[in-house]
Write a protein that binds this ligand. Sequence first.
Ligand SMILES: O=C(O)C(=O)C[C@]1(C(=O)O)C=C[C@@H](O)C=C1
Length: 268
Amino acid sequence: MQAVTLGPAGTYSHRAASAVADDVTFRESVASIVDAVADGEFRRGVVPIENSIEGSVTESLDALADREVSVVGELITPIRHALVAQGESFDVVASHSQALAQCRGYLDENYPDVSLEAVASTARGVERAREDPHVAGIAHPDTAGADLRVLAEDIQDRSSNATRFLVVAPADERSEAGGKTSLVVYPNANYPGLLLELLEAFAERDINLSRIESRPSGNRLGDYLFHIDFEAGLYEARAKEAVADVEEIAKKGWVRRLGSYDTRHVLY
Ligand SMILES: O=C(O)C(=O)C[C@]1(C(=O)O)C=C[C@@H](O)C=C1
């Protein structure tokens, strides 16, 4: 199976994607990965969605709301960052904004004077370090190869650092089978108790919500859409009923069923 994910080679996304595909191709933004799947170029895409320290990857949430795709799997991987550079002296640390944020405490304490440069991915930051002796990267230690030094390992601010990735597929592969389901809900309405009604659709049926996240709709200030993940499959009657209630609440807007799927924990 072929999959597209965030590149260049060596990103955490690449490592996660290798668990579902033997042939991995790269793009430089998560929006372009979702686009490539929605446009039929690839049948699988792997995008980071949430990190245990830094929270949402909002670009991925927005891409899932914008394009017609399905979610067919979830991958959870531990993230253990290393600082890599040509030598011990550098003035810039380049990495993905999520990785820089996950190591904020370490950098403040050990390198208070360096400037931080957000680049498209951790592997892109390592490429910057390879090209320029004044630049260090933050990435998986294996990205250092023979020509860069690993100056420090496990520099993330919490040892339990983990990122959740979604496996994206064309809309026609949407499945009702799985222990978890993701929806995007745009109520296109704003009244007291709207959010409570949405939550009750699940609570009344004893369905556990694993996540609810609001994102601006982009239509007007204070107008939101909601990313909802819950612990039941769409094949279950209680899930079908809950989604029917949500569709009724959002009848002025829309509900996108991304599908049901299972979780896989990937170590590397
Ligand atoms: O830059 C990478 O290596 C990625 O795969 C992206 C990403 C992210 O967007 O969260 C993935 C896992 C880590 O949390 C850091 C960066």
